[in-house]
Design a protein around this ligand. Sequence first.
Ligand code: 5GP
Ligand code: MN
Length: 338
Amino acid sequence: MNPEDITTVKSILSQPQKIAIIPHKNPDGDAMGSCLALYGFLKEMGQTAYVVAPNDYPKFLKWMPENDSVINFERENPKAVRLLEEATVIFTLDFNDLSRVGQMETTLKAVTADFIMIDHHQQPSDYAKVTYSDVTMSSTCEMVYNFIQYLGETDAITKDIATNLYTGIMTDTGSFKYRSTSSKTHRVVAELIDRGAENMEIHRQVFDTNSPSRLHLLGVALSNMVILPEYRTAYITLTQEELDAYDYKKGDTEGFVNYGLTLEGIIFALIFIENKEEGIIKISLRSTGDFSVNEFARNHFDGGGHTNAAGGRSELGMEETISRFNDILKTYKSELNP
Ligand code: 5GP
Ligand code: MN
């Protein structure tokens, strides 16, 4: 964050504000962790704040401190709209464009509040009064820690704030192993443990609370995996019928896409998940090394994200989507075999 922006934020927060904090649609651990941590921090600063999530999120995140205060835009729409309209400041966390909030976009485009963006995705849009964007960061949670540090308020980090920040850093770095994990990330995480984050317990709550049906669904996903060694690619498909057969709940497929990358020689992994209700195939893309799944998702599947982790969608059926994907993949043969 540049000194000018820090001064602007300090000046904004020196007055009582009505603040709304917003994660992207289908929020993940980093989105919820950063929003809930910022919420806790702003309350410590004596501000009035609300977290308004565009829609629901997985059960494995619902143990997080302050979770009960989250307002769901889909489920509590009139209240959510009123809070957004009344807000004087809106923080948008862990996304780079207002289109990432789904239905909430229309409301956000009409409000009068000043926006503050904190985000680490590529190609940030220009809608905020203050844009703190850094694509080299491991997570938005690490940036919220920095944000608090820039304001000179690290002593305000309570155990709950530390727990929420730790959760987001842990989930967005694949438990501290992705390329964006720096020595600074580890220093921040160490500080969060010192401030009360219980690292083992957080890990257990997120990763070791599976239902039997979720593990069985993983079995189906793995047996559906198609491996294309000539393209150093592996992809998984899951149809709505398969999801229904295993009592699918939101978040159950989280992390499945990464199994492709555990294969020796595979550098590009995808999962295609049918969503009959939305009439789309949701696509998650992952890579290792320089192959940019952000570009791939952006150019072909109406999506985006980071170099090594991105998302997208297709409005064709599963078979057509896979056939289109295979056609596109042919044009990447040399890029995937540098
Ligand atoms: P996931 O595959 O876990 O849903 O998302 C991977 C990364 O890509 C996350 O950082 C997420 O925010 C981003 N992402 C997921 N879906 C989309 C999308 O439809 N559009 C854009 N621009 N980014 C996405
Ligand atoms: Mn993130």
